[in-house]
Every structure is written in structure tokens, then in C-alpha cells.
Design a protein around this ligand. Structure first.
Ligand SMILES: C[S@@+](CC[C@H](N)C(=O)[O-])C[C@H]1O[C@@H](n2cnc3c(N)ncnc32)[C@H](O)[C@@H]1O
Length: 262
């Protein structure tokens, strides 16, 4: 299933590149645009100043997080399963003058990365949905973190998953129907996993990570509700749960987990 997803992301890369022609340029100087759900505040609180620290971004995609963290002085490794997405990111890093190490790998099988390398591992928006085995993912994260290092991520909150995409509330499927959910885009079959909060947290704990903080936050920009990944939303009424009942639920799940020191 990961291999099918890789083919989809390789095929879809030109589409994603055109969707986002400009904002990536601002990430190094304005890192907040790369992080939702107060994840950047969590990085600041738990990891502190990033200057010179080794950091890994998994499922790096548009590389907003990698560009932002490099702009903050971190020594960044950017990992994605898609060769094509990494090529776009490498070109952009060159334009931005950022020295980032790009590694093509399945995040659930990071054999090219040695143990205990990083003080911080990050993943961002829309990553968990591509992972068929969370315990394998988190075990790899635990392995590549230095003892005492942090995994800090934000992603779509699982409570967002069961609804039909509209402003009235109507369920599309039960919360507990986690997948694989097979669909097709751009001529490629994809497999998504709509993990529950319990799946995510229990897998983290079973992988030996210790939970330090959970944040559940709402979207700050209406683009979240308008199906847009980039640019500014155009309908702030969608941020009000009276108009858009799903806005009364958390949009983002932010997690701070730590590899124990001993
Ligand atoms: C929706 S993006 C999320 C990343 C980033 N926040 C963004 O918006 O571009 C999903 C990214 O995860 C990558 N991906 C999917 N499955 C993966 C896997 N098993 N290991 C590593 N990366 C994966 C895809 O290639 C894609 O670049």
C-alpha cells in the first residue's frame, strides 16, 4: 500500500508544485506559516533554540517545515517516500540558499538513518493518513531520536474524519472505520488510514515514546474548510460553529512525545 501511495505522490507532484508557487519562499523568514496547532510554540517550549541542532522532518512533502526549521538554524534532514516531491524541494532549497539533506525513504522503514541522530523529529499536516502501521512508524522515530529527544507533530484531528464535506453535519462513515480506504486520483490507487485518537496515542506509547503534551485546536484560517492547502481562506463565517458545526470540534491534533533519556 505504501508503494501504491508513493506512485500517487510521484504522479501528483507537478500538480502540487503548481498549487503552491510562492508561499514556500517565506518559510525560512516566517516559520509560523509552516506550523498549525501551536506546534511551533511546542518546539520552542520543549526543544528551545534550534541553532545547530539535528532535526528530521518525516513525510516532508511541500517541505514548509523543513525550510522553516532550517531558517531557525537547525541542521535538517528531510525524508519523503516520493522522489519527485524531494526533487522539487531540493530545487527550492537551492533557491532559498538552505543546506538540507534530502533522503528518499518510507518513514516506517528508515534503514538509511542511523540510531540516535536527532534532537527533534517532526511531521506535519496530512501525514498519518498515509501510514499503514503506526507502531512501525513510531518505533522508527524512537530509534532515530537521541535519548531525551522529542517527536513533535501536528496533523488533522481524527474527529474531522467521519463527516461528509459540507457545512451541515452528516456522517459519512463511523469514527471507528479506519481503513484502508482505497480511492483513485490522477490514475493512481491510494490507500488512506483514518486512525482514531486511541490508535495514534496507544501506538506512540507501545513504541516506547513518552507523551508530554496533547493540544486540540481549531483552524485559524477558513482555507481549512474550503479544501485549500495554501493561500488565505475567503469565508471567515466557516470558523464559527453556528454556521459550520464541524468548527465546534478540534481541527488539529498536536502531540509532543519524548524518547526517554535512559
Ligand atoms: C499531504 S503531504 C503532508 C506533508 C506536508 N505537510 C505537506 O502538506 O506537503 C504527504 C506527504 O507524505 C509523503 N508520504 C506518504 N507516505 C509516506 C511514507 N510512507 N513515508 C514517507 N513519506 C510519505 C508523501 O509523499 C507526501 O509528500
Amino acid at each position: 500500500m505504501h508503494e501504491a501511495n508513493r506512485r500517487y505522490w510521484d504522479t501528483a507532484t507537478p500538480w502540487w508544485r503548481e498549487l503552491d508557487e510562492e508561499d514556500w519562499r517565506r518559510c525560512p523568514g516566517q516559520p509560523s506559516i509552516a506550523f498549525e496547532g501551536d506546534a511551533l510554540d511546542m518546539i520552542d517550549e520543549f526543544v528551545g533554540p534550534l541553532g545547530g541542532k539535528p532535526v528530521c522532518v518525516l513525510g516532508s512533502g511541500d517541505n514548509y517545515a523543513a525550510f522553516a526549521l532550517a531558517g531557525l538554524g537547525a541542521v535538517v534532514t528531510s525524508v519523503d517516500i516520493s522522489e519527485q516531491r524531494l526533487r522539487v524541494a531540493e530545487d527550492r532549497a537551492g533557491i532559498l540558499g538552505l543546506d538540507i539533506d534530502f533522503v528518499r525513504s518510507d518513514a516506517a522503514d528508515l534503514k538509511s538513518i542511523r540510531d540516535a541522530q536527532y534532537e527533534l523529529v517532526c511531521s506535519t499536516n496530512g501525514f498519518f493518513v498515509w501510514i499503514a502501521d503506526l507502531i512501525r512508524l513510531y518505533s522508527e522515530i524512537s530509534r532515530i531520536l537521541k535519548p531525551g529527544g522529542y517527536y513533535i507533530c501536528y496533523d488533522i484531528h481524527p474527529f474531522m474524519r467521519p463527516w461528509k464535506d459540507q457545512t451541515t453535519i452528516e456522517m459519512e462513515k463511523p469514527y471507528f472505520q479506519t481503513g484502508p480506504i482505497q480511492s483513485g486520483e490522477q490514475g493512481q490507487t491510494t490507500y488512506e488510514f483514518h486512525w482514531t485518537l486511541g490508535d495514534i496515542i496507544n501506538s506512540l506509547l507501545k513504541s516506547g515514546l513518552v507523551l508530554r503534551r496533547i493540544l486540540e485546536t481549531t483552524a485559524q484560517d477558513s482555507r481549512f474548510w474550503q479544501g485549500a492547502s495554501y493561500g488565505k481562506g475567503t469565508d471567515d463565517s466557516l470558523l464559527d460553529w453556528n454556521t459550520n458545526p464541524r468548527a465546534g470540534l478540534p481541527s488539529w491534533l498536536t502531540i509532543v512525545a519524548q524518547r526517554p533519556s535512559v
